[in-house]
Write a new protein. Sequence first.
Length: 203
Amino acid sequence: MPVKQAEFLVSNSDPALCPPPNRPEYAFIGRSNVGKSSLINMLTSRTTLAKISGKPGKTQLINHFLIDKSWYLVDLPGYGYAQVSKTEREKFATLIDGYLTSRPNLLCIFVLVDARIEPQKRDLDFMSNLGERGLPFVIVFTKTEKLSGPKLQATIDTYRTTLLEEWEEAPQFFITSAITSAGREEILSFIRPLNEAYIKGKK
Ligand code: GDP
């Protein structure tokens, strides 16, 4: 079932100012230019909900969207600009940390990785960090229409092998493309039962 309504709520740099954690929430994060804005627009069937970045290094904000009046989609800042200073990186880490530790309603973090690029330390470190804190996450491969089936499979296998070196189980993954809309139904079908379980648990 496609998204019917998507509404921008608030952008802020202070996790304490995020909307009250009273609805199921899903956060999207990845390195700058991974295709996060494009994926959010594709998932919500909007062309301009999230801004497609022209240039990396914009203000680092936590953006909340309300979807179908029932769940929050959160666009987190992109990480890993090579050119940002140590202070900027620390500010980013504090922001993300503050966010991750203040959202009891956060049901899953979607970590985006460009399917054309081999596993990067920055992505793997971020996933390890989530795993250590027991925060649920899945991997979203972006721009997959650029790869042939066997090449895509090789990328997935590399991630799986790399993650299994550290963890007993590899996280679930989604194959997506903002160009072909691949993965939209799969991701929305993943979110729906989590929303239902959350609401049941609250009753
Ligand atoms: P963000 O910085 O992570 O929000 O990334 P954007 O959504 O702004 O996309 C970065 C660049 O990748 C833009 O030039 C997009 O047009 C391109 N892009 C995003 N998604 C896809 C995709 O699925 N396939 C292809 N081929 N390009 C994409």
